[in-house]
Write a protein that binds this ligand. Structure first.
Ligand code: HMG
Ligand code: MG
Length: 302
């Protein structure tokens, strides 16, 4: 078992986290969150998405947020783009990376982006070409890689198919997403192995929502497989408005605590990360959804 010595975390809180919040969060708060995350040492931040404001009103201020960020050298800023319209709006805001997102389940594809899996890939094809022509990196997410809120369990072959299609249209990097947090380590391993048929180990990431409390176990399983990139969300924010009942991504604080405890480097300052999580949790009027953050905050008070 050769564990990675260093792990890269992609912070998805400002996007995956906040997209699911019903109460409007102002652009200034989102910008401040990004600033605090980069000050804590996060070097990859998913800032916002260029989707329809009718579908996801919380992300309607995408361009304002991108324009308001003071960019820190060495940090990559990513945004979601579901189609060419989203890409063109996104490209004007100079992201370092775009994320195209498909689903391993047909039903979720329809609910989330209003088209079939095959149609989504055809929408992404020109987006990927345009991004690459402009020197913008391209990442992808495969939703419902172990389970779907509408179809139930999802077979690894479905993940393999979407990974192959992503590869064919030139996507450089694939995130295997447990959108509704139902996965357990062996099922997640099988989904990862399916993606690894088409991508190298350094081009695959785990994206685990923590609905059933399995995300850390799933992360550990991936580490044991040699996977070293994960999407996480500060204060455990998040969920997808089209995946009812799903909670947030695994909290960045919990994953950093796990990794540092195992001697694995992240470049992240856990104390400053906890501060960032407390900042956004205060803005939302709740406690961070992170066991490690709450333990550290309680310790500070003592
Ligand atoms: P549609 O209605 O099929 O699109 O939506 P359309 O092309 O037919 O256009 C209809 C209207 O939408 C038009 O406006 C377009 O201008 C507008 P109207 O004429 O009615 O005023 N439109 C857009 N506006 C802004 N930006 C765009 C855009 N495209 C069309 N890019 C669409 C298709 C994909 C846009 C829609 O279904 C949508 O926005 N869905 C939201 C999906 C979403 O954001 N989901 C959450 C993120 S994914 C996620 O969380 C999963 C992930 O975390 C991994 C995991 O956990 O699984 C990544
Ligand atoms: Mg997600």
């Amino acid at each position: 078992m050769a564990l990675p010595t260093r792990v890269k975390l992609v912070e998805v809180g400002p996007r995956d986290g906040l997209q699911n919040e019903k109460q409007p969060v102002g652009a200034a708060t989102k910008i401040e969150l990004v600033h605090r995350l980069q000050a804590a040492g996060l070097t990859e931040i998913e800032v916002t998405s260029f989707v329809s404001p009718k579908w996801v009103p919380q992300m309607a201020d995408n361009a304002e947020v991108m324009a308001g960020i003071t960019r820190k050298p060495g940090v990559r800023y990513a945004v979601l783009t579901p189609n060419m319209q989203g890409y063109l709006a996104a490209a004007a805001t100079r992201p370092d990376e775009i994320v195209v997102f498909a689903s391993a389940s047909e039903a979720f594809s329809q609910k989330n982006i209003n088209c079939s899996i095959a149609q989504s890939i055809e929408r992404f094809r020109p987006v990927v070409q345009a991004a690459q022509a402009q020197g913008i990196a391209v990442r992808s997410a495969i939703s419902c890689a172990v389970g779907c809120p509408y179809e139930g369990e999802v077979a690894p072959e479905r993940v393999e198919l979407v990974a192959r299609l992503m590869r064919e249209i030139g996507v450089e990097y694939v995130g295997v997403a447990d959108t509704i947090g139902v996965g357990t380590p062996l099922k997640v391993q099988r989904a990862m192995e399916a993606a690894l048929k088409h991508y190298d180990i350094g081009a695959v990431a785990g994206h685990f929502h923590d609905t059933y409390g399995q995300a850390l176990a799933n992360t550990l399983r991936c580490l044991e497989m040699g996977i070293w990139q994960f999407d996480t969300s500060v204060a455990g924010l998040g969920g997808c408005p089209y995946a009812k009942g799903a909670t947030g991504n695994v909290a960045t604080e919990d994953v950093v605590y796990l990794l540092h405890g195992m001697g694995i480097e992240t470049g992240i300052d856990l104390d400053r990360l906890v501060d960032a999580g407390q900042f956004i949790s205060d803005a939302l009027g709740r406690k961070p959804q992170s066991r490690a953050a709450n333990a550290l905050l309680a310790k500070r008070e003592r």
